[in-house]
Design a protein around this ligand. Sequence first.
Ligand SMILES: Cc1cc2nc3c(=O)[nH]c(=O)nc-3n(C[C@H](O)[C@H](O)[C@H](O)COP(=O)(O)O)c2cc1C
Length: 333
Amino acid sequence: MNNDNEKKQPTVLSLFGKSFVVGLSPMDDITDLPFRELCKTMGADLLITEFIASEALNRDAEKSLRKMVFTPAQRPLGIQVFGANEDELLRCLDVVAQREPDFIDINWGCPVRKVAGRGAGSGILQDIPKMLRVTASLVRHSALPVTVKTRLAYSGDTMPITDFCEALQDCGIAALSIHGRTKTQMYSGEADWTMIGEVKNNPRMTIPILGNGDITSAEVAVECRRRYGVDGILIGRGAIGNPWIFEQCRRAFEGLAPRDVSVQERVEVCRRHLLASVDFKGERTAVFEMRKHYGNYFKGLYGFKPFRLALVGAPTLAETLTVLDRIGEHYTQ
Ligand SMILES: Cc1cc2nc3c(=O)[nH]c(=O)nc-3n(C[C@H](O)[C@H](O)[C@H](O)COP(=O)(O)O)c2cc1C
């Protein structure tokens, strides 16, 4: 029998439906609906939207509202929001809840100046008491489970993450994702997974911990799971132009060898991604925004440069598709 007074401790299984999750890490201007859909079909267990400004949601900004759109097939899915102002964050809870995602993810990790410089994202790591106060308040007022994504610290000499993660858990969050870098590192150096492992292996921590940073292959994913015992991983840059990484991870966890992905298949999936983007945002925007994906789809192909230039220079869908056909033909000869 359900007892409303008894708050069940979330598990990675109860939250995300798997005993270990391989999720797509949220990326601004990358993890939009079409790309998430693609990653899901390739085996991603968990999806999170791009980060969305709470203040923009509260003033009904069309572009931000559109970032919350998802299909039922994309569940379990989290909508990620950011902001520095507690009232704005609280007000956007209802706007997000109306979309009925599986959870709301709070971004306490973004290092870019226009976000962190205003005290949002990883900027809040300079004021841990505020982070805890706002998180607790969001959990209290949210109809949805609240999760947090953060970094190790603001800089090397600030409060160790193991302390503030316990406090975040005490705020009542359902799960925690940790990118193994500090704010001041931005994206430089290597992600420090030992600190992520310390959080996970702290006996006081009971909520699911998802590790993140520099997972670029299924082998690295297997190693991070084995060494650090996390409940799941989030893959960001390693999935750009490479949604197959989710399938490869699944194979590796089942002890299977990686599958070779042919150039033909790369062309096919890239075409699907492009067409789905055109459907979602219209030809002009989609053709333009897809340009940042091509280099990764065809990474490492000998003599690819002229094709890359043709792809990023093609002004219409028809011309882009023609270049994709030419790539397919050229590399199967
Ligand atoms: C282009 C780009 C955009 C990003 N946007 C977001 C975002 O909107 N929200 C977020 O929590 N993290 C964002 N991140 C951080 C990633 O989710 C991830 O934490 C980071 O890239 C480290 O993981 P990786 O090494 O697997 O890429 C972004 C990263 C990149 C490269």
